[in-house]
Design a protein around this ligand. Structure first.
Ligand code: SAM
Length: 244
């Protein structure tokens, strides 16, 4: 089994839920991505782990050409309707692994990746690939969940995520996300705004079709968590950006 099959299996059966998901269709983080991408500017933008294209449909109008890349065919198929619904005519969707972007080296002005990297089986290789396709001075905007620095809280949130969705790989700490970006030869700049998304536990699990026994375990762990723990171990999204 290839290491992206768990992702393809998981997202292949729940694509429709992502079209409707308010967490993905809207959000302060999405507005922030658009602002950063627009401010940087350029001709070409690539969105990695584009899913059903919520980020792509927002950034594409500010560039001449836009490409959305995702490993899961069903997500991209749903994305065609999302792009058409937003009258986006300059964006293409391509099925590919983040580690093998079908794009020439140094040809892209901006790469975005939102709420996908915690599913990457090999984030260092994916970030190296993003560094490869960016032109010198290009911008990579990464938005993702992050784990608290406390190892117990880090374990708590990552175990909860894996119970909910077996294709989850890792919510890294901000320091580790930054190190991964820098390890790929880019300069990491952590955005000053840490955005908090309040998730409803039941709709969060319904979107992933978490089996009943695992859902019960998630509820049990949340109910047993201390106040401090439950407050700090939500899934705030970390906008961070880097330039190559
Ligand atoms: C939560 S969805 C993305 C949401 C989307 N970026 C948005 O803004 O609405 C995560 C996506 O990451 C994709 N993905 C996970 N690992 C991948 C990989 N190695 N290469 C490409 N796509 C990947 C999944 O197929 C899935 O569609």
């Amino acid at each position: 089994m290839s290491d992206i099959e768990p992702v393809q299996r998981q997202f292949g059966r729940i694509a429709a839920a992502y079209v409707e998901s308010a967490t993905h269709a809207r959000g302060e983080d999405l507005d922030r991505i658009v602002t950063l991408a627009r401010e940087h500017g350029g001709d070409r933008i690539v969105d990695v782990g584009t899913g059903v294209g919520h980020t792509l449909r927002r950034v594409a109008p500010h560039f001449r050409g836009a490409l959305g890349v995702d490993a899961t065919r069903e997500m991209l198929e749903a994305g065609l309707a999302v792009l058409a619904g937003a009258s986006i005519a300059n964006a293409l969707l391509v099925q590919a692994d983040a580690r093998a972007l079908p794009v020439p080296s140094g040809s892209v002005d901006v790469v975005t990746s939102r709420l996908a990297a915690h599913h990457f089986a090999d984030a260092p290789a994916a970030f190296a690939e993003i560094g490869r396709v960016l032109r010198p001075g290009g911008l990579f905007v990464l938005v993702d969940n992050y784990a608290p620095e406390d190892p117990a809280l880090d374990r708590f949130i990552n175990e909860l995520e894996t119970l909910r969705d077996p294709s989850h790989v890792r919510n890294h700490t901000v320091a580790r996300w930054s190190a991964l970006v820098e390890g790929a030869g880019m300069r990491a700049v952590v955005d000053s705004d840490v955005l908090v998304t309040k998730l409803d536990t039941e709709s969060w699990m319904a979107r992933s079709r978490t089996p009943p026994d695992r859902a019960a375990e998630v509820r049990r762990r949340l109910a047993g968590a201390s106040r401090g723990r439950s407050r700090r171990s939500g899934s705030p999204r970390q906008p961070s950006r880097s330039t190559s």
